[in-house]
Structures are given as C-alpha cells and as structure tokens.
Design a protein around this ligand. Structure first.
Ligand SMILES: [Zn+2]
Length: 115
C-alpha cells in the first residue's frame, strides 16, 4: 500500500502529464491558427478552432487548479494536518484520502461546498 506522500506525488505526476499534453495541444492549435487567413472570419474551420481553443483552455485551467490542490494537500501533509478537514477540523475518512489524495475537506464539507 503506497504511503500518503507517495500517492500525492503520484497524483501530481498524473496532473503534470495531463497539463503537459494540453499545453502541447494548445501550441499545436496556435500553429494551425496562424496558418489560417485572419480575414476569413466565416471559415467554418475558424469557428471550430476557437471552440477547441476554449475547450483546451478550460482543461488547462482544471489541471492548474488540480495541481494547486495537490500542492496544498502536500504542504498540509508535511505539517501533519492532512488527515483533518480544513473546514470543520474533523478527521477525513482514510478511504476518501486514498481516492482523492488532494482532498483537504471531509466528505460532508465537500458536499456542502459543492451544493
Ligand atoms: Zn469537514
């Protein structure tokens, strides 16, 4: 069974790899965009390129947020605070930490924050 630090590091690697992928796609898309004639605003390709662009930007944002959450969880782990909910101070269920190493709140608070 991996330690908590290991699973945080593992999750971080996954997110970094995904972020890397998204950034490569953005670079690729930028290159394709530059190849298109800017005057031709009605080009159907132009439309799909910009929706693809917003999709990738959204993905990138999601990964950046995930990375920030992981770093926070990692810092909390180093301070020995990571098994306690950052909202209510109650212990976070170990199953939850295992499934979501970056979790900083207990399941009840997470539900409350989401609703
Ligand atoms: Zn809580």
């Amino acid at each position: 069974m991996p330690s908590r630090a290991d699973s945080i590091a593992e999750r971080r690697r996954e997110v970094l790899a995904r972020l890397d992928e998204v950034e490569r796609e953005l670079v690729e898309l930028r290159r394709m965009r530059e190849g298109l004639n800017d005057d031709d605003e009605h080009d159907p390709d132009g439309v799909s390129l910009s929706s693809e662009w917003s999709r990738l930007e959204g993905l990138r944002q999601t990964q950046l947020e995930a990375l920030a959450a992981i770093d926070e969880a990692s810092a909390r782990h180093e301070r020995g605070e990571d098994s306690l909910c950052s909202v209510c101070g109650q212990p976070i269920a170990p199953e939850r930490l295992e499934a979501r190493p970056q979790a900083t709140t207990c399941i009840d608070c997470a539900r409350r924050l989401e609703s």
